[in-house]
Ligand binder design. Structure first.
Ligand SMILES: C[S@@+](CC[C@H](N)C(=O)[O-])C[C@H]1O[C@@H](n2cnc3c(N)ncnc32)[C@H](O)[C@@H]1O
Length: 474
């Protein structure tokens, strides 16, 4: 969508017309960060007074969307056809309506809101990976962001196709989506990127976008914070103890626990000062596991591996790896139970006890089993294999990149993420190897492996004695 824009100089007027106050902070361009907020007074002069106050009726949340639907029948038709799934999706539909209204008022003909103008201040160029070029995205190969980005892209495409399909039965939306082909998938990507990089969770208003305050950039030692007042206004305040001069950037924290991949995914930059060193990888059941689908079905958590470095130590956690490593001979079983109303349900049993509800804590359930250390060894090997594959992919990605050193802000961030994740993975591999060696030295594990070996030898010699020993070994 080729949209109408407004210059930043008009933002103060927009704020005043909408009864928002910004006595101590204004928006200006900040190097490498787009826009940002800067202080208009020294911290000593500001004291505890708000830097910015945004009235409740400017806050965009699920309630704003519902109220707008009551005032605009075109939007109501769209919301009823494909909305009411989640606050995020409804807010995206609202932003889409504002974008269409601000750019094609004749086609849309709907109700203007303050957001119809505010979207004209928002930049097209948002550095989130969903909006990167193909070449930039290819640099993420082997990082934990690669599968997340593929999943997100698919989900956004599905969402957009659904909105587009449903719009075909609503006159004004049919004209925008179909007859004039004004709205494209990239518009939906951009709306999602605006939402993701600007959304706040407010105690009273819930999932919300707050104009002007959403111009505040992130810093891990942020000098400001936002809060919702008892009148449901949102205010931006200085953090006690932080000194500010006129012209200093006013920053907030986007979250202190987010990994580098999460920061890049949601905000399009890496925070060099962050101490968080972690990554999460999806984990699938092994291909030859006959119970694979059943395990995935009952597991309520996210099937993943979390690797985290803290105080020099690398730890991994993966409840799903413990489920993946168990099989029927160990005592894991799945049964379909029929309830009195005739519905059928898949239930998981461990040692004949129904543990469906505890599938995500299977590690605890198996801790009393005599083969507990053997299970730990199996889980360790599943995780080690996944991490080695990941490291291999990262190396291939670095080799491909070396041939074609693409220069851009996003390319630089992709490379930094690769380096950071490679370091974490290499340390995790050493941790896993140490743990494996310790487990392999345990009597219970040695006895188990010997019994398996003896079993397989008995089995082997029971067959054709003329078998090629090399084949047996392989
Ligand atoms: C809530 S908006 C802040 C306003 C934004 N800079 C703008 O121009 O509209 C969040 C976006 O600002 C940018 N940003 C915020 N903090 C940053 C930082 N410390 N370094 C680089 N970019 C930052 C990122 O593009 C992020 O997605």
């Amino acid at each position: 969508m080729s949209r109408t824009r407004l210059p930043l100089e008009s933002l103060p007027l927009w704020m005043s017309l909408n009864n928002a106050e910004f006595p101590h902070a204004r928006v200006q361009g900040i190097e490498h960060k787009g826009y940002g907020l800067v202080a208009l007074a020294k911290s000593d002069d500001i004291g505890e007074a708000p830097l910015v106050t945004v009235p409740h009726d400017l806050v965009l949340n699920a309630e704003t969307v519902e109220n707008y639907a009551k005032a605009d029948c075109n939007f109501k038709a769209l919301l009823d056809a494909c909305g009411h799934h989640s606050p995020r999706h409804d807010i995206l539909l609202f932003l889409l309506a504002q974008l269409a209204l601000s750019t094609y008022p004749n086609e849309h003909g709907g109700q203007l809101t303050p957001w119809t103008e505010y979207v004209k201040f928002l930049e097209d160029d948002v550095p989130l990976p969903t909006l990167w070029t193909e070449d930039e995205r290819s640099l993420l190969k082997g990082t934990s962001l690669e599968p997340a980005l593929v999943a997100k892209t698919l989900a956004l495409t599905r969402e957009f196709d659904n909105v587009r399909d449903k719009s075909s039965e609503i006159d004004c939306w049919r004209s925008l989506f179909w007859d004039n082909d004004f709205i494209h998938l990239t518009d939906w990507y951009r709306l999602d990127a605006w939402f993701r990089s600007r959304v706040l969770e407010l105690p009273r208003s819930g999932t919300s976008m707050v104009p002007y305050i959403d111009m505040a950039n992130h810093a891990s030692d942020a000098n400001a914070y936002y809060e919702e007042t008892s009148q449901d206004e949102v205010t931006l305040l200085l953090r006690p103890g932080h000194q500010l001069d006129i012209g200093d950037e006013v920053t907030i924290s986007y979250g202190s626990e987010k990994s580098a991949a999460e920061m890049l995914f949601s905000y399009g930059f890496l925070d060099a000062s962050s101490a968080v060193r972690s990554l999460t990888l999806p984990l699938d059941p092994t291909l030859d596991d006959p119970l694979a689908r059943a395990k995935a079905h009952v597991f309520t958590g996210v099937p993943s591996i979390l690797v985290k470095e803290a105080e020099g130590q690398v730890e991994w956690t993966s409840p799903f790896a413990y489920l993946v490593c168990l099989n029927e001979e160990d005592g894991l079983d799945f049964r379909i139970l029929q309830s009195s109303d005739g519905s059928r349900e898949l239930r998981m049993f461990w040692q004949d006890e129904d543990v469906t509800e505890q599938a995500a804590s299977i590690e605890v359930l198996i801790s009393c089993h005599q083969l507990h250390d053997v299970f730990k060894l199996r889980a360790n090997m599943i995780v080690a294999q996944k991490l080695e594959e990941q490291l291999q992919n990262l190396c291939e990605s670095a080799e491909a990149d070396a041939a074609d050193m693409l220069e851009s802000f996003n390319a630089k961030n992709a490379r930094e993420l690769r380096t950071l994740e490679k370091t974490i993975l290499e340390k995790a591999t050493v941790t896993l190897e140490d743990q494996r060696n310790n487990l392999l030295a345990l009597d219970s594990v040695v006895a188990y492996l010997e019994s398996m070996q003896a079993g397989s030898e008995t089995h082997d010699t029971g067959g054709d004695e003329n078998d090629d020993s090399e084949n047996d070994f392989s």
